[in-house]
Design a protein around this ligand. Structure first.
Ligand SMILES: C[S@@+](CC[C@H](N)C(=O)[O-])C[C@H]1O[C@@H](n2cnc3c(N)ncnc32)[C@H](O)[C@@H]1O
Length: 176
């Protein structure tokens, strides 16, 4: 994900579901990173992250009292929780806070009727759209029989303006 993010040259980055900071491992140390995590046990790992994170917010990213909408970042980078369609809720709030977002989400986010009406139709009205689709090949299954399988994709969503060619880049991401 960072390989794709580098093209955007972000100066500020928001990771709203940071866990232990796996997505931040490859981020350029000059980027100002704000991380949000709800689980205090994982926050202690983030506190000792090297290079030091600019800000760590402990709490629910979706709660506007914990993390207000409208704060602007160049890039939102996230592997959000998916239960109860929280991935779509995370994406919508991230889009309120970031110029561009790069997220690792279930394929259902692309094609499920509820996701289509709850996300993609709104984006069109906002002048935003899908700019990159990375299809993860051979992502390990995890989470047990009812948990997520390997149907995950990396999506980049941002403004569809004059500088955009009008066709998303599609790439198959294989394990090295
Ligand atoms: C799928 S994990 C991703 C962790 C890490 N970014 C990674 O890629 O390894 C989702 C993380 O989001 C956190 N989380 C779940 N709900 C949250 C919320 N409402 N606000 C902030 N963090 C949340 C979980 O504790 C977990 O660490």
């Amino acid at each position: 994900m960072w390989r794709r993010a580098q093209v955007l040259k972000p100066k500020t980055l928001l990771e709203p579901s940071a866990g232990t900071g796996n997505l931040l491992l490859h981020v350029d140390p000059t980027v100002d990173v704000t991380a949000v995590e709800i689980d205090p046990a994982l926050v202690s790992v983030l506190q000792s992250f090297d290079p030091k994170l600019a800000e760590i917010v402990v709490g629910d990213f979706l709660d506007d009292d914990v993390f207000p909408r409208g704060i602007r970042f160049d890039l939102g980078l996230s592997n959000p929780p998916y239960e109860d369609n929280r991935d779509v809720k995370f994406m919508l709030k991230l889009l309120d806070c970031c110029e561009v977002i790069l997220v690792n989400v279930r394929s259902a986010v692309l094609h499920r009727t509820g996701c289509y009406s709850g996300l993609w139709t709104k984006l069109e009205a906002w002048g935003l759209g899908l700019r990159y689709l990375g299809i993860c090949v051979g992502r390990p299954n995890y989470g047990g029989p009812t948990g997520p399988m390997d149907d995950y994709n990396v999506l980049e969503i941002g403004p569809i303006d004059k500088s955009f060619t009008g066709r998303p880049v599609v790439e198959w991401i294989r394990k090295p």
